[in-house]
Write a protein that binds this ligand. Structure first.
Ligand SMILES: Nc1nc(=O)c2c([nH]1)NC[C@@H]1CN(c3ccc(C(=O)N[C@@H](CCC(=O)O)C(=O)O)cc3)C=[N+]21
Length: 299
């Protein structure tokens, strides 16, 4: 499959096509598990509150879970849900043998501590990979942990262009627990020289111009400009912001000024159709792996 189309100089890395292929592979592996007599892998997604964007993502995750031949369990809780109520639900999901993966959609309402609830998930079911056990395993370079979905998707997109990243300068813009920090661990493991830039970084354009790889996850639409980019560099755009156009319709834009950067970069991911679909496929992959590991222990 050719996932690379021309984007006026830069080649597009087609995350949508790659995600479709990987989801199909997962579906075949799920079929094999079921033929061996194992129960269907199940994913529980918990959404607290009624943020419309989160609702779209969560529904999309449920649809994709079915495409991969797995079961999905949705839990939509009101904005006023207490931390105790959420912890009780997590306890139930931890014990439920039909559920192999648990995802608590972030961000959470302010009365709930995201670190506390994330750590309440059984590490074997923590398919977001955000709890302290899986975070620690990744930091130690262990291979038995679960890797967060968005950075894992970014890694697969990068590997499609660079099978060997040894010695490359990688700049990560954004230091969140969800993306920036785990991304740094993954690229370190690929033998990159990793720089993490964040809100207090003073010389961002200068750092960007030295980078062979840029992964940007800040939520600042259009942050990365054309003259920040080294010619031929590979750009992974994690940002996703909905903006209103003059015609009254909205469209999605990333953290990269695409129209400028496409003339300079070697490869670039589009928004939409880049990192987003790969994030969902990696969630399915993590859920399948969690189920498979459990079945292997039971055999
Ligand atoms: N615990 C947790 N884990 C997450 O992985 C997580 C989360 N919380 N909170 C919110 C962010 C956001 N996120 C996206 C997933 C898919 C698309 C996606 O499929 N985007 C499509 C477009 C979708 C559209 O049209 O709106 C695309 O880029 O092509 C976007 C965003 C996962 N997140």
């Amino acid at each position: 499959m050719d996932n690379h189309n021309e984007a006026n100089g830069a080649k597009l890395i087609d995350g949508k096509a790659m995600a479709k292929g990987l989801t199909e592979e997962i579906r075949q592996e799920v079929d094999l598990l079921i033929k061996e007599g194992h129960p269907l892998p199940g994913l529980a997604v918990v959404l607290v509150g009624n943020d419309p964007a989160s609702e779209v993502y969560v529904k999309n995750k449920a649809i994709q879970t079915h495409h991969a031949g797995m079961r999905s369990f949705m839990h939509m809780l009101p904005q006023s849900t207490s931390q105790k109520e959420l912890l009780t639900l997590i306890e139930d999901l931890n014990k439920n043998p039909q559920i192999h993966g648990i995802l608590i959609q972030l961000p959470l309402p302010e009365q709930i501590d995201p670190v506390l609830v994330t750590n309440a998930i059984d590490p074997a079911k923590d398919v977001d990979g955000l709890g302290e056990v899986n975070t620690g395993r990744l930091a130690l370079g262990m291979t038995n942990g679960i890797v967060p979905c968005t950075p894992l998707g970014c890694l697969k997109l990068l590997q499609s262009v660079h099978p060997d990243m040894t010695g490359m300068n990688a700049l990560i813009i954004g230091s969140s627990n969800l993306v920036g920090r785990p991304m740094a661990q993954l690229l370190l493991k690929e033998n990159c020289t990793v720089t993490i830039a964040h809100i207090h970084t003073t010389n961002l354009p200068e750092l960007a111009r030295q980078a062979d790889i840029i992964v940007v996850a800040t939520g600042k639409a259009g942050l990365v400009r054309g003259d920040w980019v080294k010619p031929g560099a590979t750009i992974i755009d994690v940002g996703i912001t909905r903006v209103m156009q003059e015609n009254g319709r909205s469209r999605l834009v990333g953290d990269v000024n695409f129209d400028e950067v496409k003339h300079v970069a070697g490869h670039i991911t589009p928004v939409p159709g880049g990192v987003g679909p790969m994030t969902i496929t990696c969630l399915l992959h993590n859920t399948f792996q969690a189920a498979k590991r459990l079945y292997e222990k039971q055999d």
